[in-house]
Write a protein that binds this ligand. Structure first.
Ligand SMILES: Cc1cc2nc3c(=O)[nH]c(=O)nc-3n(C[C@H](O)[C@H](O)[C@H](O)COP(=O)(O)OP(=O)(O)OC[C@H]3O[C@@H](n4cnc5c(N)ncnc54)[C@H](O)[C@@H]3O)c2cc1C
Length: 485
C-alpha cells in the first residue's frame, strides 16, 4: 500500500465488516469525466453512487475555459461553414500525438460528432459561431476556435486543417463551470446519488477484482460496495509535489507555476497503481507562456541565445513555449518589429527593450555578433517570397522584419511566467478499464479523465480541448462498460 498522499491504497474485502453503502457503480470524483461516467451508467439502468472529496462538484473542470476538442462535421462546424472530415481529424491526432493509440484515436474521431450531439442532448450549450483569431481562450461565448497545430507545419501538409476547439457557450473562462452545471443536473435527474466532503482513500479487492472503496466522511472511515465496478475520475496530480518531483521534471522546475485544483493530488493514479495498474506519460505536461494574443505577434520570430530560430512560431502555444524552455540555458526571445509590435495581452513576458539597429540588439541581448542579423536577413528573404524554408511558418504569418525599432520579448525560463499542468495517467483500454503492465485487465476498475492516459500525452502534441474531450468521451465509455453495456 502506498504511504504517500493520505495513504491511498488497497485493502482486502475481508477487512470490511459490513458495507455502509452499496451501488452497482461507484464513481470517484465529480468532475466532467466522473459526471459522464455516472450519467451513462445511470442511463443504462444501474444504481450509481458518486463520491466527491470537495464540498461541491466540478474539480478542475469547473475552472477550465471549457474547450472540448471535437470535429468531423459537428453542428457548429457546419453552421459556420467549416468543412471538416473524420479522416483529417484522425490523421492530425495520429501525427500530433507522441505515442498514438490508433484504436482510441479512431473511436474518438469516428464518434466525435455523436459525442457533440450527446453533450447537446444533455443540456451543454454551444453557440453556432467561430472565433477566427488565433487565441488562447476567446473571452466571448463564441464556440469554434483553432486550438492546436492543425494549421501549422507539418500537420497542414498531411491533413486539412479545421478549427475543432468547441468552447461551451459562456463568456470569459466559465465554459467549464457551465459544462459541470449541466452534467451534474443530468446526473441528478438520472438518480445518481452524490456525496460531498467524501475522500476515497482505498480500493477494496476481493481476489483479483475491485469490489468497492473505503472513504473518509465526517471524520469517520466508511465503505461502499460496488457490485459492478469502481470508476476512478479523480483528476490530475499537479498539486502532489512528491509525484511531480518524481515523475514530471518539466513541472518540478520551480520556475514553472503549477495549475490545478486543490485536490489534484493524484488520488486516482495512486489508487490505480496500488491495485496493480501502471501510469503512462507521467513526464508529459502542458507548459505555456503564450506570447499571443494579440495574434500579430506571430509575425515575430523566436530565437535562442545563439540568435538562431528553432520552431515555426505559428505552432500551438504550448509547443512554442516548451521549445523555448528546451533551448540552451532556457534562453529565448521573441523578436518583433514596429509594424506589428504590441504588448502581449497576458503580459507574462518582459519587453527587454527596443533598438533601431539589429547589431545593437544582439549585442545587448548577449547574442553572438552577426548571428541575429543573419537570422533576420535569411528570414526576411524568405518572407518576402511568402516562404519559410527553415521552419515552414505558414505564409499568412510571414512578414519581413524591416521596420525599426525592433523589440525583444524575453521568453526565457525564469524570466517569462510559465504555467503548466500534468497529463499522465493510468494505462487504460478503449473501454477505460485499468490495465496492468502485462496488459491484463484489473476487473472491476476503470479510470477516465485526468487520472487516465489516452490522447493527451504532452504539451508538444496537445490541442486545447483534448483533456475534457477525452475525459468526457472515455468517461462515458467507462460508465457504459461498467454498467455492462
Ligand atoms: C487553467 C486551466 C484551464 C483548462 N482549460 C481546459 C479546457 O478548456 N479544455 C480542456 O480540455 N482542458 C482544460 N484544462 C485541463 C482540464 O481542466 C482537466 O484536464 C479536466 O478538467 C480534468 O477533468 P476530470 O473530470 O478528470 O477531473 P476534475 O474536473 O478535476 O474532477 C476530479 C474530481 O475528483 C475529486 N477527487 C480527487 N480526489 C478524490 C478522492 N480521493 N475522493 C473523492 N474525490 C476526489 C476532485 O475534488 C475533483 O472534483 C485546463 C486546465 C487548467 C489548469
Amino acid at each position: 500500500m502506498s504511504k504517500r498522499s493520505n495513504d491511498y491504497g488497497v485493502v482486502d474485502a475481508n477487512e470490511i465488516g459490513s458495507w455502509d453503502e452499496k451501488a452497482d457503480v461507484v464513481v470517484v470524483g465529480i468532475g466532467s469525466a466522473g459526471c459522464c461516467a455516472a450519467i451513462e451508467a445511470a442511463e443504462a439502468g444501474t444504481e450509481v453512487l458518486a463520491l466527491e472529496r470537495a464540498s461541491g462538484p466540478g474539480g478542475l473542470t469547473a475552472s477550465a475555459a471549457g474547450h472540448i476538442y471535437m470535429g468531423g462535421g459537428t453542428r457548429v462546424q457546419k453552421a459556420v461553414g467549416v468543412e471538416d472530415d473524420v479522416e483529417d481529424m484522425y490523421t492530425y491526432l495520429l501525427l500530433n500525438t507522441p505515442e498514438p493509440d490508433e484504436a482510441k484515436i479512431r473511436l474518438y474521431c469516428d464518434e466525435s460528432v455523436a459525442h457533440f450531439d450527446w453533450l447537446v442532448a444533455h443540456g451543454v450549450p454551444f453557440e453556432d459561431s467561430w472565433h477566427r483569431e488565433k487565441n488562447v481562450v476567446q473571452m466571448t461565448a463564441e464556440c469554434l476556435i483553432e486550438s492546436g497545430n492543425e494549421a501549422a507545419w507539418p500537420f497542414n501538409e498531411k491533413a486539412k486543417a479545421a478549427p475543432r476547439g468547441h468552447k461551451v457557450a459562456m463568456e470569459g473562462e466559465a465554459g467549464g463551470a457551465k459544462l459541470i452545471e449541466k452534467l451534474v443536473a443530468c446526473a441528478q435527474k438520472e438518480g445518481v446519488r452524490m456525496q460531498y466532503d467524501t475522500q476515497v482513500l482505498r480500493l477494496v479487492r476481493e481476489g483479483e477484482r475491485i469490489v468497492g472503496v473505503v472513504y473518509k466522511q465526517d471524520g469517520a472511515e466508511r465503505s461502499a460496495r460496488a457490485r459492478s465496478a469502481v470508476v476512478l475520475a479523480a483528476g490530475q496530480f499537479g498539486m502532489n509535489q512528491e509525484l511531480i518531483d518524481e515523475r514530471c521534471p518539466r513541472l518540478a522546475d520551480s520556475r514553472v507555476e503549477k495549475q490545478g485544483s486543490t485536490f489534484d493530488d493524484g488520488a486516482g493514479h495512486l489508487l490505480g497503481e496500488a491495485a496493480g495498474g501502471v501510469c503512462d506519460h507521467m513526464d508529459g505536461a502542458l507548459l505555456t507562456s503564450p506570447f499571443y494574443p494579440p495574434q500579430q505577434l506571430i509575425y515575430g520570430i523566436l530565437v535562442n541565445k545563439h540568435g538562431k530560430r528553432f520552431i515555426n512560431e505559428d505552432s500551438y502555444h504550448s509547443k512554442t513555449s516548451i521549445s523555448c524552455t528546451d533551448q540552451p540555458d532556457g534562453v529565448a526571445y521573441l523578436i518583433a518589429d514596429d509594424s506589428f509590435f504590441e504588448r502581449p495581452l497576458f503580459q507574462w513576458q518582459e519587453l527587454v527593450d527596443a533598438w533601431d539597429d539589429v547589431a545593437d540588439m544582439e549585442r545587448d541581448l548577449g547574442l553572438p555578433a552577426g548571428n541575429l542579423q543573419e537570422t533576420i536577413s535569411d528570414y526576411n528573404a524568405g518572407a518576402e517570397k511568402g516562404e519559410d524554408p527553415a521552419f515552414h511558418k505558414a505564409a499568412k504569418w510571414l512578414k519581413p522584419l524591416t521596420h525599426p525599432p525592433y523589440a525583444a520579448l524575453d521568453m526565457s525560463l525564469g524570466k517569462a511566467h510559465y504555467v503548466g499542468f500534468p497529463l499522465g495517467g493510468l494505462r487504460v483500454d478503449v473501454d477505460a478499464r485499468v490495465l496492468r503492465a502485462d496488459g491484463s485487465v484489473i476487473e472491476g476498475l476503470y479510470a477516465a479523465g485526468g487520472c487516465a492516459s489516452n490522447i493527451a500525452q504532452d504539451g508538444l502534441g496537445y490541442s486545447s480541448g483534448t483533456c475534457i474531450g477525452e475525459g468526457t468521451f472515455f468517461g462515458r465509455r467507462a460508465g457504459r462498460h461498467a454498467a455492462g453495456k
